[in-house]
Write a protein that binds this ligand. Structure first.
Ligand SMILES: [Zn+2]
Length: 333
């Protein structure tokens, strides 16, 4: 079995050329409508004076928009001469999902952020994950992957890093999160899913951060400003772009440490929340109730938080089925 990527990049990533270059990652995708067709994922390289490489990605999930906005703005507006280093920027990483405004790719159902390190012989999404793993991550010192709650969730603005046993790396991740100018910095121990992009980056020695900003499939002035602050904060911290942000209060460092931080619907129905995003809750406190859709006289089903914490994420659609996450908490670090 071949391990070489079938994806071709228009840009020579080994050529260190000051300035701005743009092109495509060409994912082969032969199909009825386009027998020799490709999926053209946009990529930009902005290079200034010699310095570290930062990999910046958004649209890993296609229905998460803040990062897609600020990375497009960056590619278009930033003068590369201001950089001490190189930015490799993919504002619409999973392009088919971005075009569809969906979390997953409509081409193969692939949830890119659950397909790392990828598969060179897989579908378009698996091939893309493999290309990022083998061609982009090895060239990066730093990386930031932008997320939001997407269509089904809404987040408080937070920088995120996976927990790691490597104390030196953990300290670097924490310092970077604190520089990202978001109200919260979350160390995530609960969902140690190794199939994510940041997990793939950390496994290859990249100081790989993520952020969760907003959600609900929309944008707000505050969420876009938060994403811009996170981007500028990290680039300043990495020494790639001179900091140009006013002082901000330090983020609150918290953790997402176990499965008890997540609350799931236990029945089909309408979830009526009783606490808001950003609320501090006690163990056993009611989170809300689920009303039957078709039996109005049926008693509601109450949901209670299994532990104390800060509600950092909530479900957006009111209808739930068993297994839907309706909220998740962060607790004191
Ligand atoms: Zn996401």
């Amino acid at each position: 079995m071949s391990t070489a990527s079938r994806i071709r990049c228009d840009l020579d990533l080994d050529a260190r050329i000051p300035g701005r270059r743009t092109g495509w990652l060409r994912i082969p995708h032969s199909r009825h409508e386009s027998g020799y067709g490709i999926v053209p994922v946009p990529i930009a390289v902005l290079e200034g004076a010699p310095g570290p490489t930062v990999l910046l990605t958004a649209g890993n999930h296609g229905d998460e928009y803040e990062g897609q906005v600020v990375l497009r703005d960056l590619v278009r507006d930033l003068d590369p001469a201001r950089l001490t280093g190189r930015l490799i920027v993919l504002p619409a990483l999973n392009l088919p999902a971005v075009l569809a405004g969906r979390r997953d790719s409509p081409l193969d159902g692939g949830n890119l952020n659950r397909l790392f390190p990828g598969d060179p012989e897989g579908g378009p999404t698996g091939m893309l994950a493999h290309f990022v793993t083998t061609e982009l991550l090895p060239r990066a010192t730093w990386a930031l992957d932008f997320h939001s709650g997407g269509s089904s969730m809404e987040y408080l603005s937070c920088a995120m890093a996976r927990a790691t046993d490597d104390a030196a790396l953990a300290a670097r991740l924490e310092a970077a999160m604190l520089a990202m100018r978001l109200p919260l910095a979350l160390v995530v121990q609960a969902t140690q899913d190794a199939r994510t992009l940041p997990a793939a980056g950390l496994a290859r020695g990249v100081i790989h951060l993520a952020c969760e900003i907003g959600g609900g499939g929309t944008l707000t002035p505050a969420s876009v400003a938060a994403a811009e602050a996170a981007l500028r904060g990290l680039l300043g911290h990495a020494g790639v772009l001179a900091p140009d942000l006013p002082p901000a209060p330090p983020p609150r460092l918290m953790r997402v440490a176990g499965s008890d931080h997540f609350l799931f619907a236990t029945a089909r129905g309408l979830f009526v929340p009783e606490v808001a995003l950003g609320a501090t809750v006690a163990a056993g406190q009611r989170a809300g109730r689920i009303l039957s859709l078709d039996e109005p006289d049926r008693p509601p089903i109450a949901l209670q938080f299994g532990r104390a914490g800060l509600v950092v994420c909530r479900r957006v659609p009111a209808q739930v089925v068993p297994g839907d996450c309706v909220a998740h908490l962060a607790s004191e670090a």
